[in-house]
Design a protein around this ligand. Structure first.
Ligand SMILES: Nc1ncnc2c1ncn2[C@@H]1O[C@H](COP(=O)(O)OP(=O)(O)OP(=O)(O)O)[C@@H](O)[C@H]1O
Ligand SMILES: [Mg+2]
Length: 719
C-alpha cells in the first residue's frame, strides 16, 4: 500500500484476494490486487544483479521469507549494496544499506514491481487481425522450432524422389545391387527421421494452438465483462454469444490453415528450385497451371465476399432467435407461443439456408473451373514428360521424370492452398469484424481503473441532474434536484415510466452521461472509481439472478473473507432465515440455474440477503418487495428499520404503504421531481401523492381510514 501510495493510488485492503491456499500474500496475488486498482504491476523473481540494475528510485516491493516485506529504494553498484526501507518504520527514516549476503538470508527473490500508469494494456487493445497476429507472434520460439522442423521436412521430401531417380538411372542401367542396398538404408533412416520430426512438429503446433486458445479466451471474457450494461440491454444475448463464438473460427484459422499453408510455403521455397533443376520446361507447366488456379480463385473473391456477408447476417439473426427462445422459454411455454417461435425459427432457417445455398453455388464455380486445370497439371506432366523422355537419347530423363512427378503435386498444393487461404481470409476477416463489433465497443475500464475510492458515509445529492437514454427524445430525468442525508431512508414513488429506476441506475454509475451534478458525500460521482462505487452499494431489483450453487454460495457470491456467520446474519435481516432452515440441506441446498426450486418471494429474500452481506453503506431496493406475498413483505418491512440502521436506503416501491416510515419520499412524474417530503406532509400538500395513496387504500378508507395501511396489502399497483 505504501508503494502504491507513492504513485498516488490508494489500495483497499478489503479488495485483496489471496490465491487458493495462500497464507502469506504472494507476489502474483499482490500484483493482481494492484492491477485491479488500475496500476501496472508484475510479480517476478529477481536476483541480486537485477536489483543493482534497478536504478530508478521508485519503490519496488521485496517479499521477505518471514512474510514481511521491504521497500527497495536504490542501489550502489560501486559498494555492491542496495538500500532498503522498512515499511513499518517512521516516514522520514533513512534507507538501510544491505549487502548481498544479508539480503539472501531473508529474501529468495520474490518481488512485486509497480508503476502508476498502466498505459495501453493488452486487455485494452482493440480486437483486430493485427492484434491477433501479434498474439501468435508471442509464441516466437515455438514458431521458430516449427519453421525449422518444416524446413528439414521439406528437404527430406526431396530425398525419396532423388533416390528414385538414382535407382532408375543408375541401378537399373548398371545393375548395381550394392548401390540399391545403400540407397535403401539411407531411405529408411530418412523415413525414421521424418516420422520423429513430424511427430514433434504436430506436438508443437498443438501446444501453440492451445496456448493461443487460452489467451484468446481470457481476453474475450475480460473484455465482455468490461462492456457497459447498456450494450447488453440493447443486444440480444444470443447475438452476442454468436458473435463472440466467431473468435474461435479465427483461432482455428490461425492455428490451422494459416499455419499449415505457411509451412507448405516453406516447402515450396525448397522444392521449386529443385523442380527447375530437374526439368525446367515441366516446372514452367506446373507454375503456369498454379497461377491460373490462383487467378480463378482470386477473381471469384469479391462476389463471394458479398454473398458471404448475407450469410453472416442471416446466421446472426438465427442465433438471436434461438437465444431469445431459450432465455424466454418460461414465457414461451406458459403463453403457448411455441407455434409462433417455430414459425420465426422456420423463417430464420430458410433465410440462412437461402444465402448458404447462394454462397455454395457461387463457390462451386471456381472449384469447377480449377478442377480441369489441376487434372491437366498432373496428366500433362506425365504426357509431356514422356514425350520429352522419348526425344531424349541419353536415357537419364526417365529418372528425372519419375522424380518430377513425385514432387510436382507437392508444389501445386501450397500454391493452390495460398489462393484458398486468401479466400478463407475473407471469411475470417468477417468473423473478426463480427467479434470486434462486440469486443471493440467502448468499455468501462477508464472509470473502473482510475478515480477516487473514498469511504462512504452515504449522503447523496442530485443537483439539476438530467438524463436522456440514447435513442430516445424525452428525458427520463429532467433537472432533478434533491438531497439525502447519510443514514436516512428515501422512498421513491411515481407512476410507471416516471424515471424511478433510471435514478437508481445513475446512482450506480450504470449510465454516466447525465448532465448536472450527482454527488455522494460531496464528491462527484464521475470521479469515483466505478468498481468501488458499485461495491459500496447493495442493490436488489425486482427480478434477481441467482447463480448455480448452494444458498450459502449465492449469498456470499464469491466475496472474500465472509463466513457462514455473516450469511446467517444477512439471511436473518432479509427475513430469509426461516425458510432456508426448512430446506432439506439448509444453507447448503443447491440452487439450479434459474432457481426453479425456489418461489419468487424466496428468491427475492435471498437477493436481499446477498445485497446485505457486505454491510453496504448504501442500499437500493428497486421494487424489491413487489414479488413478495403480503406476509413476507410485512416480514421484510418489519426488518427494514433494522436493515436501515447505519446506512442510507433508497427504496423504490409501488406500494406506498411500505414507504410510510421513510424519512423522505420523492415523488416523480415524467422525470420531474414533484415533491419531496415525509409521508404525512405529502398527504397534505401533494395532490399526485394523495391520488396514488387513495388508489391503493380505497379499501382501507371504506373501513374507517388508512390506520392499518402499513399492513394492508396493496390491492392495485400505481399504474
Ligand atoms: N435502457 C433504456 N433505454 C431507453 N429508454 C429507457 C431505458 N430504460 C428506461 N427507459 C425509458 O426511460 C423512462 C423511465 O424509465 P424507468 O425505468 O426509470 O421508469 P420507472 O419509474 O422505473 O418505471 P417502473 O415503475 O415501471 O419500473 C421510460 O420512459 C422508459 O421508457
Ligand atoms: Mg423501474
Amino acid at each position: 500500500m505504501i508503494a502504491a501510495r507513492y504513485y498516488g493510488v490508494e489500495l483497499d485492503p478489503g479488495e485483496f484476494r489471496p490465491a487458493a491456499g495462500e497464507k502469506i500474500p504472494g507476489a502474483a496475488s499482490l500484483a493482481a490486487w494492484a492491477q485491479d486498482a488500475g496500476m501496472w504491476a508484475r510479480g517476478v523473481r529477481l536476483r541480486w544483479k537485477h536489483l543493482l540494475k534497478l536504478n530508478d528510485t521508485s519503490p519496488v516491493v521485496l517479499l521477505l521469507a518471514d512474510g514481511s516485506a521491504a521497500l527497495f529504494a536504490g542501489a550502489n553498484v560501486e559498494h555492491n549494496v542496495v538500500f532498503m526501507k522498512d515499511p513499518a518504520a517512521a516516514d522520514g527514516a533513512p534507507a538501510v544499506p544491505v549487502d548481498e549476503l544479508r539480503l539472501s538470508q531473508v529474501w529468495d527473490g520474490e518481488t512485486v514491481l509497480l508503476r502508476g500508469e498502466r498505459g495501453l494494456q493488452e486487455a485494452d487493445a482493440p480486437f483486430t487481425m493485427g492484434w491477433l497476429v501479434s498474439l501468435v507472434l508471442r509464441e516466437r520460439r515455438s514458431l521458430r522450432d516449427i519453421g525449422l522442423a518444416s524446413l528439414t521436412l521439406s528437404f527430406l521430401t526431396i530425398f525419396p524422389p532423388l533416390l528414385v531417380m538414382t535407382v532408375v538411372d543408375k541401378v537399373l542401367q548398371h545393375h548395381s545391387i550394392s548401390t540399391l542396398a545403400l540407397l535403401s538404408t539411407i531411405l529408411l533412416l530418412a523415413m525414421l527421421y521424418e516420422t520423429v520430426l513430424g511427430y514433434s512438429r504436430r506436438l508443437v503446433v498443438l501446444v501453440v494452438g492451445i496456448r493461443l486458445d487460452a489467451r484468446l479466451n481470457l481476453h474475450v471474457f475480460n473484455r465482455l465483462l468490461k462492456l457497459p450494461l447498456d450494450y447488453f440491454e440493447r443486444h440480444p444475448a444470443g447475438e452476442t454469444m454468436h458473435k463472440i463464438s466467431q473468435v474461435y473460427k479465427v483461432r482455428d484459422f490461425l492455428t490451422g490453415k494459416l499455419l499449415t499453408t505457411f509451412l507448405d510455403l516453406v516447402t515450396l521455397l525448397v522444392l521449386l528450385p529443385f523442380l527447375f533443376y530437374l526439368n525446367s520446361a515441366l516446372a514452367w507447366i506446373v507454375l503456369g497451371c498454379s497461377c491460373i488456379i490462383m487467378l480463378v480463385i482470386l477473381t471469384y473473391l469479391k462476389p463471394l465476399r458479398g454473398v458471404f456477408k448475407k450469410v453472416v447476417l442471416a446466421e446472426t439473426e438465427k442465433a438471436s432467435a434461438l437465444g431469445e427462445t431459450v432465455f424466454g422459454i418460461k414465457t414461451v411455454k406458459s403463453l403457448a407461443l411455441e407455434p409462433q417461435r417455430k414459425a420465426l425459427w422456420d423463417a430464420r432457417i430458410a433465410e440462412a439456408g437461402k444465402w448458404r445455398l447462394a454462397f455454395g453455388k457461387l463457390g462451386n464455380w471456381p472449384q469447377t473451373l480449377v478442377n480441369p486445370v489441376e487434372r491437366f497439371m498432373s496428366i500433362g506432366i506425365v504426357l509431356f514428360g514422356a514425350y520429352m523422355a522419348l526425344e531424349d537419347k541419353t536415357g537419364y530423363a526417365v529418372g528425372a521424370l519419375f522424380a518430377f512427378m513425385m514432387l510436382s503435386m507437392r508444389v501445386a498444393q501450397p500454391l493452390v492452398g495460398l489462393a484458398k487461404l486468401i479466400e478463407d481470409y475473407e471469411e475470417v476477416g468477417s468473423s473478426i469484424g463480427e467479434a470486434a463489433s462486440v469486443l471493440n465497443r467502448p468499455i468501462e475500464t477508464d472509470a473502473a481503473s482510475g478515480g477516487l475510492r473514498p469511504k462512504f458515509a452515504g449522503a447523496i445529492s442530485f443537483e439539476d441532474v438530467s438524463f436522456t437514454y440514447g435513442g430516445t427524445k424525452l428525458p427520463a430525468l429532467d433537472r432533478v434536484s434533491f438531497s439525502v442525508p447519510a443514514g436516512t431512508m428515501l422512498g421513491i414513488v411515481g407512476r410507471s415510466g416516471s424515471g424511478k429506476s433510471t435514478l437508481t441506475r445513475l446512482l450506480q454509475g450504470i449510465n454516466r452521461d447525465y448532465s448536472g451534478f450527482l454527488k455522494i458525500d460531496g464528491s462527484d460521482l464521475k470521479g469515483i472509481n466505478l468498481r468501488h462505487l458499485r461495491q459500496s452499494f447493495g442493490v436488489v431489483l425486482q427480478d434477481n439472478f441467482l447463480f448455480r450453487g448452494s444458498i450459502r454460495e449465492n449469498i456470499i457470491a464469491g466475496r472474500p473473507g465472509l463466513t457462514l456467520e455473516h450469511v446467517v446474519h444477512a439471511a436473518r435481516l432479509a427475513g430469509a432465515e426461516e425458510f432456508i432452515e426448512l430446506m432439506p440441506n439448509g444453507y447448503d441446498t443447491f440452487i439450479e440455474e434459474g432457481s426453479p426450486n425456489l418461489s419468487g418471494g424466496q428468491r427475492q429474500r435471498l437477493a436481499i440477503a446477498r445485497a446485505l452481506i457486505t454491510d453496504p453503506r448504501l442500499l437500493i431496493l428497486d421494487e424489491a418487495t413487489s414479488a413478495l406475498d403480503p406476509e413476507s413483505e410485512a416480514l421484510v418491512n418489519a426488518n427494514l428499520q433494522r436493515i436501515a440502521r447505519g446506512r442510507t436506503m433508497v427504496i423504490v416501491s409501488h406500494r406506498l404503504s411500505s414507504l410510510t416510515e421513510c424519512n423522505q419520499i420523492l415523488v416523480l412524474e415524467k422525470g420531474h421531481v414533484v415533491d419531496i417530503a415525509p409521508h404525512r406532509t405529502l398527504l397534505e400538500r401533494c395532490s399526485l401523492y394523495r391520488q396514488l395513496w387513495a388508489q391503493q387504500n380505497r379499501h382501507a378508507d371504506l373501513q374507517g381510514g388508512p390506520r392499518h395501511a402499513a399492513l394492508a396489502p396493496a390491492l392495485a399497483q400505481a399504474d
